[in-house]
Design a protein around this ligand. Structure first.
Ligand SMILES: Nc1ncnc2c1ncn2[C@@H]1O[C@H](COP(=O)(O)OP(=O)(O)OP(=O)(O)O)[C@@H](O)[C@H]1O
Ligand SMILES: [Mg+2]
Length: 310
């Protein structure tokens, strides 16, 4: 049951969302700490998986739409009205099937649901829909809407990678509820780690609300990924040791190291897979690529294990 209003006079019956296509892996890359490497991780993982031959859908859940830009779709220029994920999860009659807003990218095997500022509408319309009882219009309650939208295209993909915005609103919550696994990106600095703890506490509380409302949440895996790591930086290595101590093998073995190859590529809205060695020294490029392959390979292994193939 989900409380319909703050006064709680009426409640909306919630029918637990059943994923119809169990084969589909939906991986959310999340953390509300800005700049923790979510988008960089999402873009490189999505391209890596496509290169391995998986059919991949990248979903940009962030109104800032950096993932779209990184994958070649400029949110201000190339994404029009009702052409983001919002189109498929909105409550009114302008709702469209998710397939309508999926685009090919120039990367074989990788499609994209782009984002732009329009996604913010979901944060505004959800409280209204909850208050006036229309929160289940067109099918699912707010936190099940992304899962429900994905069901429509589940046969077309093996993996969905969701790049979450750096806040814990209705979009993120709905994204996490659609996810079958979660990567929490963390830059190993003390301030970032304390903000991550806040994120985890809030996520736990919110997902508890969803559970109480009858939502079924089960993740195949949840892992922390160390990002922009500088192994030669003593304070960072201390934080990494602390995290490994606290979270044990929930921290991915391979960190993503900090590299000018990644940040330089980002400046021209490209990934490491696209730029190639170019102007970089070979060793800079190779080190970054090695770290990237190790991280992505480790995540792929977790997915294969979840599929029961490993
Ligand atoms: N391994 C890396 N080495 C060097 N720079 C990196 C690395 N990973 C990410 N960056 C840079 O750090 C910045 C933030 O990364 P990114 O945009 O992926 O973070 P984010 O968590 O998605 O941010 P936001 O919270 O704003 O969405 C970018 O400029 C990116 O190029
Ligand atoms: Mg981002």
């Amino acid at each position: 049951m989900f409380a319909r209003s703050a006064r709680g006079r009426e409640a909306i019956e919630f029918v637990p969302h059943r994923r119809e296509n169990e084969h589909l892996q939906v991986l959310a890359v999340t953390n509300f700490k800005g700049g923790s490497g979510k988008t960089t991780t999402s873009a490189h993982l999505a391209q890596y998986l496509a290169l391995q031959g998986y059919r991949v859908l990248a979903v940009d859940l962030d109104p800032q739409a950096s993932l779209s830009a990184l994958l070649g779709v400029l949110p201000e220029l190339n994404v029009g009205h009702n052409e983001t994920l919002y189109a498929a999860i909105r409550y009114d009659e302008d709702r469209r099937p998710l397939g309508d807003v999926i685009r090919n990218t120039y990367f074989d095997g990788l499609d994209l649901v782009p984002g732009n500022l329009e996604l913010m509408e979901f944060e505004h319309t959800t409280p209204k829909a909850l208050a006036d009882g229309s929160a289940s219009d067109g099918g699912a309650i707010f936190f099940a809407r992304i899962a429900s939208a994905l069901d429509d295209v589940a046969d077309d993909y093996d993996v969905v990678v969701i790049d979450c915005p750096p806040q814990l609103g209705f979009l993120t919550l709905s994204g996490l509820c659609a996810a079958t696994s979660m990567i929490v990106t963390v830059h190993p600095q003390m301030l970032d780690v304390s903000s991550m703890s806040q994120f985890l506490l809030m996520t736990r509380d919110l997902l508890g609300v969803v559970r109480d409302a009858g939502g079924q949440l089960k993740f195949d895996f949840v892992r922390y990924l160390l990002t922009r790591y500088e192994p030669q930086d003593a304070p960072q290595t201390k934080v990494v040791a602390l995290l490994r101590n606290l979270f044990d093998d929930h921290v991915l073995t391979n960190p993503m190291v900090k590299s000018a190859a990644i940040s330089d590529a980002g400046l021209t809205k490209q990934t490491l897979y696209e730029i190639g060695p170019g102007n970089l020294t070979r060793s800079t490029y190779d080190r970054a690529m090695e770290s990237l392959s190790a991280v992505n390979g480790e995540i792929e292994e977790l997915m294969r294990a979840a599929w029961g193939r490993s």
